[in-house]
Design a protein around this ligand. Structure first.
Ligand code: ARG
Length: 270
């Protein structure tokens, strides 16, 4: 049986929200004024929920003028000690790239993707359920063809996922692996072909409804047997998760949702 990433994960990287604001709109959710102390509190609560599962949280210093750097999951995708670096679609976020590169270098990652023509937004669009299966989203942000290159970081199957709804602009807004055979997912964010692929590869996958999708429930992060999610998981979904042996920890992510992000976006799995 394939080992789930959620069971193996030991370390993650997070960026404190000191300079987090909403200053531009590059996705349909962005808008509103961020309550900074509240954002800090929500971020701390998420960090504690992760640490409670025995996972070490490393931090990278935020940079003034890069308000979305808090969403460090977009910095790249990691497989063992290899990282494939992101290249952001929007110039508003390109300035983050050099800070991530520096961190990866000084933490001894083997660097891949330091020069390529496509766009790729790292863990926002790509994630492993087990280390032999990469879920590879493309559409609003990453280009499909980049995954031919991302392959070089390891030996795994790449499952291309077509994202068809502009509201669900990153894979992690509509898909969250739960163990090696399940996920929380929002079917209508995907093409018919991708829906079929998800159903066949993840027989225990749990569909969320419109309301849960809008509450960013799929932007959860599974660690061990806990699904850490934004508030809004329905009783039905909780029961379905419980049947598979998972509990749910809901954390208020209201401030980060003003930027179109939540739990999964704030955390890079190392
Ligand atoms: N405002 C950020 C952007 O649009 C949010 C990124 C959220 N990150 C994610 N992994 N979905 O780029």
């Amino acid at each position: 049986m394939k080992k789930a990433v959620s069971d193996l994960i030991q370390k993650v990287l997070m960026v404190p929200p000191k300079h987090f604001t909403v200053e531009y709109a590059i996705n349909p959710w962005m808008g509103g004024k961020v309550d900074q102390p509240k954002a800090q509190q929500q971020w701390d609560t998420l960090k504690e929920a992760i640490e409670k599962q025995g996972v070490k949280v490393l931090t990278l210093d935020p940079v003034k003028g890069l308000p979305d750097m808090v969403f460090v999951c977009n910095s790249g995708i990691i497989h063992d000690k290899n990282v494939y670096l992101s290249k952001f679609r929007h110039p508003e976020r390109s300035g983050e790239e050099k800070h991530y590169l520096e961190w990866f270098k000084s933490n001894n990652y083997k660097i891949h993707g330091d020069n390529y023509s496509e766009y790729f937004e790292g863990g926002g669009d790509a994630c492993f359920s087990d280390y032999k299966t990469l879920w590879a989203g493309y559409g609003a942000r990453s280009n499909k063809s980049v995954y031919e290159k991302v392959k070089e970081i390891g030996d795994f199957t790449t499952v291309i996922c077509d994202l068809v709804d502009p509201k669900f602009y990153h894979l992690d807004t509509c898909f969250c692996p739960v163990g090696a055979t399940s996920a929380l997912w929002y079917p209508s964010a995907f093409s018919d072909a991708t829906q079929k692929e998800i159903r066949s590869r993840l027989p225990d996958a749990i569909e969320v409804d419109d309301k849960e999708a809008a509450a960013f429930v799929c932007n959860a992060i599974t660690i061990r047997k806990d699904v850490i999610s934004p508030i809004g998981v329905s009783e039905k979904t909780k029961q379905a998760l419980s049947k598979l042996g998972y509990t749910v920890t809901e954390v208020d992510m209201s401030e980060f949702m003003k930027s179109g992000g939540a739990c999964q976006c704030l955390v890079l799995k190392l």
